[in-house]
Design a protein around this ligand. Structure first.
Ligand SMILES: Nc1ncnc2c1ncn2[C@@H]1O[C@H](COP(=O)(O)OP(=O)(O)OP(=O)(O)O)[C@@H](O)[C@H]1O
Length: 211
């Protein structure tokens, strides 16, 4: 359960999150929509613990971000410039990350790579991937440890038509596994097909607030 209470963040003179209040139950897909600059990425960053709020709080399963924990315990993240290391293979990337939390073994890593339609034995470095393949790699990185919470910022950008359908199946399967997903997207179809609930933002504020 994620509880966001009065979350407010200013950058310079601009209020990029403006008293955001939200309660998000577990095991659902929440679609986040809004125009460019509405604050979707900021909200995802705040939930991930990547920015500090000026006021308000974000509490995940009873633990407040930046007070009780630095970031959500079980988090899969795909935000903006995906941070898959370009000079390693995708498998090596995931193996490096797996050493930190020690959740995923090689079988889980291979499985995640196959699920995004890539080849675990591909010897190419990620920098040699196409744009859409890089995006698939970033999705693999977000899901390979079977996290409880998955934050996805425009995950199907640059992914080809068939890939978009495959990723939808994958996100739905992650939900069936029990994960909560917050998905920011400009693709109305992604949102209408996948989202159990839609959260709309404008100018850092929620429209149709759900509390
Ligand atoms: N590093 C930064 N410094 C200053 N302002 C920023 C920074 N990053 C974002 N902003 C501002 O914060 C506001 C919200 O940006 P955000 O990236 O959350 O929008 P968004 O809804 O994700 O947009 P998009 O659909 O274009 O991805 C915008 O006004 C943006 O200009």
């Amino acid at each position: 359960m994620i509880k966001i209470k009065d979350a407010t963040k200013n950058i310079g003179k601009k209020t990029v999150l403006d008293h955001v209040n939200l309660s998000l139950e577990d095991g659902k897909i929440f679609g986040l929509r809004g125009r460019n600059g509405a604050g979707k990425t900021m909200l995802l960053r705040a939930i991930a613990g990547l920015i500090r709020l000026d006021s308000g709080e974000i509490v995940i399963d009873g633990q407040e971000i930046h007070k009780d924990i630095d970031f959500p315990k079980e988090l899969g993240l795909l935000i903006e410039n995906n941070n898959v290391l370009p000079n390693f293979t995708l498998k090596k990337n995931l193996q490096i990350l797996a050493k930190i939390k020690k959740v995923a073994n090689d079988d889980m890593i291979d499985d995640a790579i196959k699920r995004v339609g890539l080849d675990p034995n591909d010897k190419r470095k990620v920098r040699q991937y196409s744009l859409g393949m890089k995006q698939r790699a970033a999705i693999a990185q977000a899901i390979f440890e079977k996290p409880a919470l998955i934050l996805l910022d425009e995950p199907t950008n640059a992914v080809d038509y068939d890939g978009v359908q495959e990723m939808r199946v994958l996100f739905e399967a992650e939900k069936q596994r029990g994960a909560s997903i917050i998905l920011a997207s400009h693709n109305p179809e992604d949102l209408s097909i996948l989202a159990d609930e839609i959260i709309s933002m404008s100018d850092g504020r929620l429209i149709n607030e759900k509390q």
